[in-house]
Ligand binder design. Structure first.
Ligand code: NAI
Ligand code: ENO
Length: 311
C-alpha cells in the first residue's frame, strides 16, 4: 500500500481573513482548533468587530488596516459581502507578496472573479471559493469551528490557475472538515441559483406576502406559523446586505431559474383550478423522493442546527 506523504504542519505559514462575520470567524475558529496556520491574521472594516475578535481570541493578530493584514500573507481569504469584494481587492493589491493565494467565500463566483481580476496584480494566485455552509445569523459571535464539517466547499479556479495553489487551498478546506469540489464560476452560479439563491428569494417573498395580507393580522401569522412557514421565516431572517449583493451579482442565472420557476408555478395554479389531482400527486411524489435522497447522502441534519457541535 502506498501512503500519501504527510501534510506539512502548519499547512499555511501566514493566513489572513478579511471580514470577520459568520464565515470569517468560523474559518478562524476552525484554523485555530486544528492549528492549520503558523499565524492567523484578522481584519474587518468595523472597529467594533475587530475589537470583538480580539476579545474572543480566535486570531493570533488583529490588524489595524487591510495593508497590515495582508503583509507577508501566504493565503488571504476575503469573507465580506459579494458587493464589497472589489473594494477590498483594491485596498490589499499593492501590499500582497508575489505568489500569495487570494481566495474568497462569496455566494456568487463569476462577479467575484471579475472583481478580483480587475484589481489584483499578476503573480498573485486568484482562486475563488464558496463553502456551501451557513446559517441565517451574522457577525463574529455567530461563527463556530464545525460549520464546514461534512459540507461542500466549491473552488472555481479560472482556466490556467496554478495547480499547486489550488491543491493547497483544497487541503486547507479539507482540513477544516469540508468536501472540496472544483467547477467553473459560471456553472457554480447556475447551480447555486437553483439550490440557494432562488429558494432564499422565495422565502423573502412568501414572508413579505404574509406580512402584507390585510385580512390576516400580523399576530395571526406569528401565532399560526406552522412548520413550513416557520422554515421560510428562518431563511428570510438572513442578512439583508449579503442577500441584496447575491441577487445583484447573479442576475442572469437567477432570472433564468426564476423564469422556469414561474412557469412551473403557473402550471400548478392551473392544476389546482382545474382539479387535476393526479398532476399534483405526481409532482409531490417526485419531490418527496428528492428529499429522501438528500437525507440518504447525509446532506441534511435532523435538527436545524447545521451540525453545530459544542466546541
Ligand atoms: N451567511 C452565510 O450563510 C454564508 C455566507 N457566505 C458568503 O460569505 C461572505 C460573508 O458572509 P457572512 O460571514 O455571513 O457575513 P457577515 O455579515 O456575518 O460578516 C461580514 C463582515 O464583513 C465586514 N465587511 C464588510 N465590508 C468590508 C470591507 N470593505 N472591508 C472589510 N470588512 C468588511 C463586515 O463589517 C462584517 O463584519 C458573503 O460574501 C456571503 O455571500 C458564504 C456561505 C454561507
Ligand atoms: O441558512 C441556510 O439555510 C443557508 O442556505 C446558508 C447558506 C447561505 C448562503 C450560502 O452561500 C450558503 C449557505
Amino acid at each position: 500500500m502506498v501512503l500519501d506523504p504527510p501534510l506539512p504542519r502548519p499547512l499555511v505559514g501566514r493566513l489572513t481573513v478579511i471580514g470577520l462575520g459568520l464565515i470569517g470567524s468560523s474559518i478562524l475558529r476552525a484554523v485555530d482548533v486544528r492549528q492549520l496556520a503558523g499565524t492567523s491574521v484578522a481584519y474587518d472594516a468595523a472597529p467594533e468587530v475587530r475589537a470583538r475578535v480580539a476579545e474572543l481570541g480566535i486570531a493570533d493578530e488583529v490588524a489595524a488596516s487591510p495593508a497590515e493584514a495582508v503583509a507577508d500573507a501566504d493565503i488571504v481569504i476575503l469573507c465580506v459581502p459579494v458587493g464589497a469584494m472589489g473594494a477590498v481587492a483594491q485596498a490589499i493589491a499593492p501590499h500582497l507578496k508575489p505568489g500569495a493565494i487570494v481566495s474568497d467565500v462569496g455566494s456568487v463566483k463569476g462577479a467575484v472573479l471579475a472583481a478580483l481580476r480587475a484589481h489584483l496584480p499578476e503573480g498573485v494566485h486568484i482562486i475563488p471559493g464558496h463553502p456551501v455552509a451557513g446559517t441565517e445569523y451574522s457577525g463574529p459571535d455567530a461563527g463556530f469551528a464545525t460549520l464546514f464539517k461534512n459540507r461542500w466547499s466549491i473552488l472555481t479556479p479560472p482556466e490556467g490557475a496554478d495547480e499547486p495553489a489550488v491543491a493547497r487551498l483544497s487541503q486547507l478546506w479539507a482540513e477544516m472538515g469540508a468536501n472540496v469540489e472544483i467547477m467553473s464560476a459560471e456553472h457554480h452560479d447556475l447551480v447555486l441559483a437553483i439550490t440557494s439563491h432562488v429558494p432564499h428569494l422565495i422565502a423573502y417573498n412568501i414572508v413579505g406576502t404574509a406580512a402584507d395580507l390585510e385580512s390576516v393580522t400580523q399576530s395571526e401569522v406569528i401565532k399560526y406559523s406552522a412548520g413550513g412557514f416557520r422554515d421560510f421565516t428562518r431563511i428570510a431572517a438572513s442578512d439583508p446586505t449579503m442577500w441584496r449583493d447575491v441577487f445583484l451579482n447573479n442576475r442572469e442565472a437567477v432570472i433564468e431559474v426564476l423564469g422556469r420557476f414561474t412557469e412551473d408555478l403557473i402550471a400548478l395554479q392551473r392544476a389546482i383550478r382545474w382539479e387535476q389531482g393526479e398532476t399534483l400527486f405526481n409532482l409531490f411524489t417526485r419531490t418527496r423522493a428528492i428529499r429522501r435522497s438528500i437525507i440518504e447522502i447525509g446532506q441534511e441534519t435532523a435538527a436545524p442546527n447545521f451540525g453545530r457541535e459544542p466546541e
